[in-house]
Write a protein that binds this ligand. Structure first.
Ligand code: SF4
Length: 65
C-alpha cells in the first residue's frame, strides 16, 4: 500500500500537485496543500511519486507499506 502525506507548513502554493492529481491533492482557502486521499489506488501510484518528486519544496512524502 502507498501512503501519501503533505506538509502545508512548507508548501509553496505552486498548485503543481493539484493540477497533476486533483483527486488526491487539494488546496485550502490559503492555497496550502491538503491531501484528499492518503491511500490512492495503485493505478495512481506512479503519478503520486512523480508529484512528490516534482514538488518544488519537497512537501509531499510517499511511503510504501
Ligand atoms: S506541489 Fe508542493 S508546493 Fe506545490 S501545492 Fe503541492 S505540496 Fe504545495
Amino acid at each position: 500500500m502507498l501512503r501519501v502525506t503533505a506538509n502545508p507548513e512548507t508548501c509553496a502554493v505552486s498548485s503543481l500537485c493539484v493540477y497533476r492529481l486533483p483527486g488526491v491533492f487539494d488546496q485550502d482557502e490559503d492555497g496550502l496543500v491538503v491531501v484528499l486521499d492518503e491511500t490512492p489506488e495503485s493505478p495512481l501510484h506512479e503519478e503520486v511519486r512523480r508529484a512528490a518528486r516534482g514538488c518544488p519544496t519537497k512537501s509531499i512524502h510517499v511511503t510504501e507499506e
